[in-house]
Design a protein around this ligand. Structure first.
Ligand SMILES: NC(=O)c1ccc[n+]([C@@H]2O[C@H](COP(=O)([O-])OP(=O)(O)OC[C@H]3O[C@@H](n4cnc5c(N)ncnc54)[C@H](O)[C@@H]3O)[C@@H](O)[C@H]2O)c1
Length: 441
């Protein structure tokens, strides 16, 4: 099938590459000229394991193309995906300006029947707005051209995006026409050969399903973090409690790790957007608001714990930070807990020596010329002369470090672990003072 993918970011690029891998001809459009030029040369602007191979192979085999020319891409394609950003607006709602801008542009160039697919995460009612935007342009052109608008939310996770897309648990398609549903099923058939379902529903339900999935997972994270606080006040061991409840199949172990809370480009903004959707319809979503509040507090509690250890005076202290990305296997630092923690600690006078395997460039760009933050090439260089180490992201290489070497490099062997990676007994034996999330106060 001939497809256009508008937006070559984390979702658009992965989706385009995976559809091309299955034999479709995909034209990926992005407004960012530099990004398109880089992609044409096989340079991938983001870190996502395996993506470079997919992009290079499919570009070389003439199934994947990159352009800034939206009209050309739309005109030659039957299915047009919109995969641009939907950041948080000032009032918490999803900012739809990029989605609607693309819809308008589609309306200006559409030349025959098309299926327009919302791939971006968009609130209930957006399909109607997309339809109206396209129709307004068609009216201005004095033309009547048929098209359908479909909701097809994306559930991939950064870091394992290719695997998630190639072997999805389910595909959700919201559409009003049976024939469009069949076309989408055909498009996704190669991805669901193991009988994972393509669930066809109405558009509004599909739009809400994406928010429901993210809100559930975010709430699960806040739930275990709230339990960690209760553990810290009762002496119960959060690791054991986690195992005890996670083994129940109704609960499960996934998304049940105590830590610094959720971040990233999706959960925080999608929670806000869903809260906004509910509130704008006269309902106060108490569970969602509580999950958000617990999440915000988690970063504060952790920074407070570090400051308290140093008698609330961090001036002159050197703190190593391991992990900057919002989670491992990505260079994405959007809403990353590490950034909030670095900000709080530097405001209190600390100097930071940070290390991350992939996200240092993005963090340097984000922080600009921050005098109190330096970047270390290796995790060991970061702990050199440090008064304490703070772990913000659970990259695999941080799981079994050479503790002897660390102790010899650090000014004092103190670890604040925001991801509960280590055994307290082991670290005590090695002579470290070890603080983790949910520890008895
Ligand atoms: N990142 C994730 O893990 C993830 C997962 C599921 C869903 N989503 C959703 O998918 C959407 C995209 O997220 P992302 O992380 O890929 O965003 P992103 O910011 O990485 O990429 C968006 C891309 O769209 C381009 N763009 C913006 N306006 C454009 C226009 N008018 N024409 C052409 N290109 C344009 C930008 O230049 C950018 O390259 C969001 O709604 C997000 O919530 C993201």
């Amino acid at each position: 099938m001939k497809l256009a993918m508008v937006g070559a970011g984390y979702v658009g690029l992965v989706t385009a590459a995976c559809f091309a891998e299955m034999g479709n001809e995909v034209t990926c459009v992005d407004a960012d000229k530099a990004k398109v030029e880089a992609l044409e040369q096989g340079i991938i602007p983001i870190y996502e394991p395996g993506l470079e191979d997919y992009v290079k192979r499919n570009t070389q085999e003439n199934r994947l193309f990159f352009t800034t020319d939206l009209a050309a891409a739309v005109q030659k394609s039957l299915v047009v995906f919109i995969a641009v950003g939907t950041p948080q607006d000032k009032d918490g709602s999803a900012d739809l300006s990029m989605v609607l801008d693309v819809a308008k542009k589609i309306g200006r160039c559409i030349n025959g029947y098309k299926v327009i697919v919302e791939k971006s995460t968009v609130p209930v009612g957006t399909a109607t707005l997309v339809r109206q935007a396209i129709n307004a342009e068609l009216k201005a052109r004095g033309e009547e051209i048929e098209f359908d608008v479909v909701s097809n939310p994306e559930f991939l996770k950064e870091g394992t995006a290719l695997d998630d897309f190639m072997k999805p648990d389910r595909i959700v398609v919201g559409c009003d026409d049976v024939r469009v549903g069949e076309l989408m099923k055909e498009l996704y058939a190669p991805f669901v050969r193991t009988n994972h379902p393509v669930i066809i529903m109405d558009v509004v339900s599909a739009e809400l399903t994406k928010y429901a999935a993210n809100a559930f997972l975010a709430t699960k994270i806040s739930f275990i973090n709230e339990l960690a606080i209760i553990c810290s006040k009762t002496g119960a061991n959060i690791g054991m409690v986690r195992q005890g409840i996670g083994s129940d199949r109704r609960i499960g172990h996934l998304f049940l790790f105590p830590g610094l809370g959720y971040g990233g480009s999706c959960f925080p903004k999608d929670m806000q957007a869903l809260i906004h959707t509910a509130r704008s319809r006269g309902y106060t979503p108490r569970i969602l608001e509580a999950a958000e509040a617990v999440n915000q507090e988690q970063r504060q509690l952790f920074s407070d714990r570090i400051a308290a250890y140093f008698g609330n005076d961090l001036s002159g202290k050197v703190l190593a930070v391991w992990g900057l990305s919002f989670k491992p296997q990505t260079d994405d630092i959007r809403e990353a807990p590490a950034l909030t923690i670095i900000e709080k600690l530097t405001e209190a006078g600390a100097r930071i020596q940070a290390h991350d395997p992939e996200a240092m460039t993005a963090t340097k760009n984000y922080l600009g010329n921050h005098k109190a933050v330096s970047f270390a090439k290796t995790s060991y260089e970061a702990v050199q002369g440090a008064d304490a180490l703070i772990i913000c992201t659970e990259w695999t290489k941080f799981r079994e470090p050479d503790f002897e070497r660390m102790r010899s490099l650090m000014k004092s062997p103190v670890i604040f672990d925001g991801r509960n990676l280590y055994s307290t007994e082991k670290l005590a034996k090695l002579g470290f003072e070890y603080f983790y999330v949910g520890q008895k106060q």
